[in-house]
Structures are given as C-alpha cells and as structure tokens.
Design a protein around this ligand. Sequence first.
Ligand code: OXD
Ligand code: MN
Length: 594
Amino acid sequence: MTKNKKLNAWIQEMAELTQPDKIVLIDGSDEQIEALRAEACATGEMFKLNQEKLPGCYLHRTAVNDVARVEDRTFICTSKEEDAGPNNHWMAPADCYAKLGKLYKNCNRGKTMYVIPYSMGVVGSEFAKNGIELTDSIYVVLNMIIMTRVGTAVLDAMGEDGDFIKGLHSRANMDENEKYICHFPEDNTIWSINSGYGGNVLLGKKCFALRIASYLGKNEGWMAEHMLILGIETPEGEVKYVAAAFPSACGKTNLAMLIPPELYRNRGYKVWCVGDDIAWIRIGADGRLWAANPENGFFGVAPGTNVKSNPNALASTMQGTIFTNVVHNLDDDTVWWEGLDKNPPKNALNWKGEKWDCTDGSKGAHPNSRFTAPAKNCPCISKEFDNPAGVPLSAIIFGGRRAKTAPLVYQSFDWTHGTFVGSIMASETTAAAAGAVGVVRRDPFAMLPFCGYNMGDYFQHWLDMGKKITNAPKIFNVNWFRLTDDGKFMWPGFGDNFRVLDWILKRCDGKVDAVETEIGYIPKAEDIDLEGLDYEICEGRKFNIDELRSILTVEKDYWLKDFENVKEFYAKFGDKIPAELNKCLEDSIARLSK
Ligand code: OXD
Ligand code: MN
C-alpha cells in the first residue's frame, strides 16, 4: 500500500485484527475529500450546510452519550505503573492489548478502514513528527484533514523506513461501557475504541501531540505543552511571542485570537495567532525557547463564540469547517449556538437532532459543541504559522478559572519558582470533559489530563529544561475570572486582557517595576493601562483603579488554604515531587505566615 515496510506490515496486522471490507489510503487530494464528504452526507454521518453562506461547511452530531473526553476511560500503559503516575489511569501494556484486542476483533467487518498519514508540525521540519491513524469514520478523516497536515507528502517524508505513531481508532459498536482511549508511550501506539467524539478520536491532538509527545519530549529534551502561542506586534513592528497554558475551556482560543482594545490598536499594536491549544517547545541554538504549533486547525468550543468575544474565531468558521453538536437552523441550513447572538432560530433542530423550541429553556447546542476550522481561515493567523523553526518565546503564562485567591496577574521569581507556579495551577471544571462542572480541581500546567507520564517526573523535566535554557522566558500567572461575592466577573476579560499582556511584555523588557510579594511580583495598579476601559461589573459599579487594586492583592488566608490543598495534591506523588518544588511550597507558606 505504501513504500514504508513497517507501515505496510502494521496496516496488515490491524486489518487482520479488525477485518475491514476495504482499506482506503487518504492522499489528501481535493477529489478524495469531496468524495468522502458526499459519502458521509449520503449515510447521514454529516449534513451539508448552506454552501452560499457557509462554503465547504458540514454539520455532524455525535451519539448523545459521546460528547466529551472521557478521562476515566483514558489509560497510559507503561511497563511500570509508577511511570504513568497517579495522574493517569494505568493498565499493563500486555493486559490492555489483550483486552482491547478482543474488542477490536472483527469490529470493522462491513466497513472501510481509512489510513490517514499525518504530520504534527510542518511536514519534514525539525519539530514535525509523523503519525498514521487507522479509522472507520469519515468524520474522523475529514477532521484530521483540517486539524493536521495529511496526505502523500507525509508518506514521502516518512520514506521507506521512517517511524510513525501508530493510532488505531474504531467506533466499533459504540458500547459506552467498553470505551477506551489507551496510550502505549513505550510503543508509540494509541488505541481508541467505541467513541466518535473529537478529543477521543482525533488521535493527532490530545493523544499524540500531548500524551505521547510529552513522553517523547521528556526523553528527547523538549516539551509538549497544552499552550496557545500568540505574537504581539508593537508599534515599532517588532513581534514578541508568548505561550500560555490554561485548563480546557478557560478561553485559550479567545486569548490566542485576541483583538487589542481601541487604544492599543490606535497606537499600532496587533496580535497574531500561532496556535490555540498545543505548543511543542525546543531550546534553540540561541539558548531561547522556540515554540511551534503542531496542529493545522482549531477544534474550538462553539458556545460563547461571537462577534464580540472572538470575531477571528467566528470568521475562521465561515468556510471549510465541520460543526459538531450545534443547532441546525432549518430555514437556511446554517448553524447556531448559545451565545452566538440573541436570535436563536425558530425552526431548528437541537444538537441531538430533535425539533427545538428555543423558548422552552433547553439548550440548543451542547455546551461542549465544537467547530473544526482550518487555521489558514483565521484573519489574525501569524505569518510564522508555517515557519519550521517556530517562534522564540519571551514569556510563558499560566492561568485558571479562580473565583478568589489568584490575583489578576503575578510574575514568578525565576524559572524554578515559575515551575512551582505551574505546578500549583487549579481551575473550576467546565463542560469540556465529562464529569461535574464548577468544581475546583488542581490542574498543573493544564496538563493533568494530558501528561503521558508521571507528573512528578514532568515537574522534574521542567526544572531540568530550566537548567539548559540560557535565555529563559519569564513566567507569569493570570486569572481573568475573579468574581464578586455575588458572582459577577470583576475583570472585563476578552480584548481587555491585552492590558495585562502589555504589562507582561514590559516586565520582560525590564521597562516596568513591580511589587515583590509573598507569591511573586505583582503590578502596581497604575502600571496597567486602563485608558478607554469602560466596564460595568454590575449595575452602578464601574471598573476603576480601586477595583483593579482589589484584584491585585495577595489574599493570605485564601493562599494558605490553597497551599494546604497543594500539599495534599503533592502528597499523591510521594517522593516524585522534586525537592526544589517542596522547598518553594514551604518558603511560600513561611512568607505568608509571617
Ligand atoms: C480541548 C480540551 O478540547 O482541552 O482542547 O479539552
Ligand atoms: Mn485543549
């Protein structure tokens, strides 16, 4: 089937196991894409939307019980359980192969198995790694074509004996109780079965570009991170890049495509998006960290995306996009979701495909409904997007959704303390993963669900990298989500977050002072430019410098309580927690207890 012998042998082995009627190699050509779209529409797997209003756009609905990543069914299968760590569910590789082998047996009978050659990163570049996904789903093929670089060029880059990550996916019989997303980092293998939801089945994304890649990064001296990458162009035309990690659905896509407030636009500032979810980061010859986005598209959360919150994301979805689990407007075959605008369609189907009455209080789109949009559609896509060398990082930003405790922004003392800041990240859960919503959970580096090995070793890897980087980016933490006691957002967020990015860049350039506190460096309120900001927190309460001051203070009691929780979290990892981080924790508590 291909020139690569290992690949041919593996395809044959998987075909013998799953017994497809047909095997189709995806070459990435327009003709093949069109034929697959037509076939998916004929079987009802996808619906062709209004081609005048939304050219190349389609709608898909997943099964109603298959709408999010399933962390409790996600496994890391390493020979030693300790290597997977308490952050992962673990199965012995042999047991997992045997267990899933039974489920895969003959599961593709009567179906076609598609062979998708894809590259994470610019094909053939230093950052790039190749993968093959075998799948029984055209929806997966078409999503992978948007999200990654797919086709013959990848096979050419792999050559006759190049390696690849082996991904096997089948919806099989969609048995909820037999759904598994399993990773074998020691074998460069991913097995996913009985799901059709993006995060579980687009194997290039979370499974490869984060779980397997983080493991590879540890062994090969680089980093795979759950981070957006953006460039900030100054009035002088210089572009500085930052990478930022936030847990799922904390607005990463919005920040990655932010439009600066008018004041800054008038001064000549611009923001360029390099990536909205994943960054692969290497140390460059200049001792700086260089980051590349291994993806080629955006798998964004639809609800809440609108012309105000993220006009660039919305524009990205206007062509060549696959919408999943949104509302279908039957009047003109377009789509809708909560928060798009104030005019829900009257004649529509909800995400389950049922007739939907927008006045009955039910949600039309699933809260985790998605758009899969090509990155090249984005009006603010960086011209460095395809640069094989990536972009140099000036700052790394961590963040989470915290009603209290974390101030709007603070800077770590140094790389080690920055690693500590990443390790104590926490956020309130959202609908992106199955499970309770609104519960605070610790999510170090926003990698808890995505770190393919023991998180204690991952912390150590960060510390080790720090020792090798001679020109390290500065590390910050932000919290856009501070709430008043009655639950109103205190900070306007969205485009106004640029005001904080501006302070961060000034800190990186040594152009602004800060206040040293128990938790790190905090801005002086007057150093965050509030000119032109007009935000009403709630009726009669306008944001002003005093409000800003109130979200720039260190709330000692909250922090001390939080650190108790960090201690419990660290304890799960036993002696895997690096001594340097335990020391940072003790020192922080001591400073706050004074
Ligand atoms: C995502 C996630 O889908 O983080 O990007 O859940
Ligand atoms: Mn993500």
